[in-house]
Structure formats: C-alpha cells, structure tokens
Design a protein around this ligand. Structure first.
Ligand SMILES: [Ca+2]
Length: 128
C-alpha cells in the first residue's frame, strides 16, 4: 500500500513585468512612422512642454498608460489638439485626417481614460 503524503505548496507571486519608471505607464512619441526612430520619447508627467529636440518631431504615438493624453500643437497646451486613449496607437500622425506630423509641442495627461471632448485619434492595439 502506498502512503500518500501531501506537501504544502506555497505559491508566491513573482513580478515578471518589465521595470517601469512609472506604475501608470507612459505615452511614447516616435520620431518616425510606425513607431520607429533613433529613440522613443517617453512622457509620464501630467503636463509637459517638449524640449527643442523633440518638439515638432513626432510622427507616431503609442499610449501604454492608464490615462488619456492630449497632444497639442502649441508649446503652451493650446492650438490644435488631439487625444489618444489608453492602449491606443497612431502609426502616422501625418495622415490626411490629422495633418499632425511633426506638430506635437506639448502634452497633457487627463485625470482618467476619457478624452473629455477632445477629438480622439488612434486605434486600439491591445486589450487587458
Ligand atoms: Ca508644434
């Protein structure tokens, strides 16, 4: 006869997600179309005016944060503006419907995942 022993197995959750600078994720701007470029421009802050090397440079954008972001043509959160919701991306800001290639000069993070009336851009690229 076989004696069956049970071993207590404790499962501990192991964090395997990549290190993030911000628990809320980030908005990433790319210098070229289709999320390409020498390096991506990442933003975590609630408001940011893009510095001279990044202002008027972005050609695609991806929002991996939990918040909607508004992208402004002006450096002071004004002029033309578009909003991108969480888990959305736009691979070509210069498409005729937007005409926003090399235009983004400031960004603002919304308090939640809604665009609050700003025109929305991008397609959803992932689901939770
Ligand atoms: Ca601009």
């Amino acid at each position: 006869m076989l004696a069956v022993t049970t071993a207590a197995v404790t499962l501990t959750s192991v964090a395997v997600s990549p290190a993030q600078a911000d628990p809320y994720g980030s908005l990433t701007l790319y210098f070229h179309t289709n999320f390409r470029g020498d390096y991506p421009m990442r933003y975590y802050d609630t408001r940011a005016t893009l510095w001279s090397g990044e202002s008027d440079e972005a050609s695609s954008v991806r929002n991996s944060s939990d918040y909607a972001f508004v992208l402004f043509d002006d450096t002071r959160f004004g002029d033309r503006a578009f909003c991108i919701r969480p888990d959305h991306e736009e691979d070509w800001l210069g498409n005729p419907a937007l005409g926003f290639n090399d235009k983004i000069s400031s960004i603002k993070r919304m308090p939640n995942h809604y665009c609050h009336g700003y025109p929305e851009i991008g397609i959803r690229y992932r689901w939770p």
